[in-house]
Design a protein. Structure first.
Length: 275
C-alpha cells in the first residue's frame, strides 16, 4: 500500500518524474518543470482538480460495476427486479456532474483568461513557420532576424537533444514579458514550449499573438505541434532565458550578425525598445 501511494503521488502531484528543466526524460510520467507562473497554475489545476476528479469517477464506476456483477447476478437474483426508476438516484446523477463541471469550469476560465490576455510587453518576437524551420524577428531591436534550423545527430554535443537542438536560439531576458507574434509562410505550424505553457498555431496570412514571462534562467525546448509535412518532426524550438546583462551582450552580438542597422544596446536595451 505504501508503494501504491507513492506511485499515485508521482502521477498526480509531481510536476515531472526524473525530469530536468526544459527537456523531457525517458519514462517521464508528468509535465516538465514549469518555467512560467502560467504553467505552474496549469500543473496545479491538473494535479489538484482534474486528476482527483477523474480518479474518483473512475474508481466509483469500477466499484459500481463490481458491486452490480456480484449483487445482481443470476445466481443471487432468480427473479428479475421490476424497478423502473429511482428519483433520488436520478437527482444525484444530475446534480453531482453539474457541481463537478462548475468546479472544473471556474479555474479553466481563469487560466484561459490569463493565457489570452497579453500584459504590457517588454519586448516582441515574431515567429514565422516554414517547411521545415523557424524564422525569428526582433522588431523592437532594429529588425534582428535569423533562421533556426535543427542540428543533425553528428552535430549534437548531447544525444538527448536529438530533434530538439537548433543552430541558433531565441534569447530572452528572465522575468520580462515577451509578446509572441506567430504566423506561417506556407502551411499550418504550431509554436510550442511545454515548460512555458505556450502553444499557438502559425496560420498563413494570419498573425496570432500569445505571451510568456519566464521566471527561471535556462534553455527550454519545444517542437512544431501541427502536422506540416514529411519533415514535421524536424522543426524544434529552442529558447534561452538569460539575465538582463547577458541579454544586452547577446543583443550586441546579434545586431552585428543579424540586424540591418547598427545600434549600441549597452545602456538600456529595454528603454530603447520602448521609445
Amino acid at each position: 500500500m505504501k508503494y501504491i501511494s507513492k506511485i499515485l503521488f508521482f502521477l498526480f502531484f509531481s510536476t515531472s518524474a526524473f525530469a530536468n528543466e526544459g527537456i523531457s526524460e525517458n519514462w517521464q510520467l508528468s509535465f516538465q518543470q514549469p518555467a512560467t507562473d502560467l504553467m505552474s497554475d496549469i500543473i496545479s489545476f491538473h494535479s489538484y482538480i482534474l486528476m482527483p476528479i477523474i480518479t474518483g469517477i473512475s474508481l466509483l464506476v469500477l466499484g459500481l460495476l463490481l458491486y452490480i456483477m456480484f449483487r445482481f447476478n443470476s445466481n443471487r437474483n432468480q427473479v428479475a427486479s421490476t424497478t423502473t426508476h429511482n428519483t433520488t438516484i436520478e437527482i444525484l446523477w444530475t446534480v453531482i456532474p453539474v457541481i463537478l463541471l462548475i468546479i472544473i469550469a471556474i479555474p479553466s476560465f481563469r487560466l484561459l483568461y490569463v493565457s489570452e490576455t497579453i500584459p504590457k510587453a517588454d519586448l516582441t518576437i515574431k515567429a514565422i513557420g516554414n517547411q521545415w524551420y523557424w524564422t525569428y524577428e526582433y522588431p523592437d531591436f532594429d529588425d534582428i532576424s535569423f533562421d533556426a534550423n535543427m542540428l543533425l545527430e553528428h552535430e549534437l554535443s548531447d544525444p538527448k537533444l536529438r530533434l530538439l537542438e537548433t543552430d541558433t536560439q531565441i534569447v530572452v531576458p528572465v522575468d520580462k514579458v515577451v509578446k509572441l507574434q506567430i504566423t506561417s509562410a506556407d502551411v499550418l505550424h504550431a509554436w510550442t514550449i511545454p515548460a512555458f505553457g505556450v502553444k499557438m498555431d502559425a496560420v498563413p496570412g494570419r498573425l496570432n499573438e500569445t505571451w510568456f514571462k519566464a521566471n527561471k534562467e535556462g534553455i527550454y525546448y519545444g517542437q512544431c505541434s501541427e502536422l506540416c509535412g514529411p519533415k514535421h518532426a524536424f522543426m524544434p524550438i529552442n529558447v534561452k532565458v538569460v539575465s538582463d546583462k547577458e541579454f544586452e551582450e547577446w543583443l550586441n552580438f546579434a545586431k552585428s550578425e543579424y540586424a540591418s542597422i547598427k545600434v549600441d544596446y549597452s545602456k538600456d536595451a529595454f528603454e530603447m525598445a520602448k521609445k
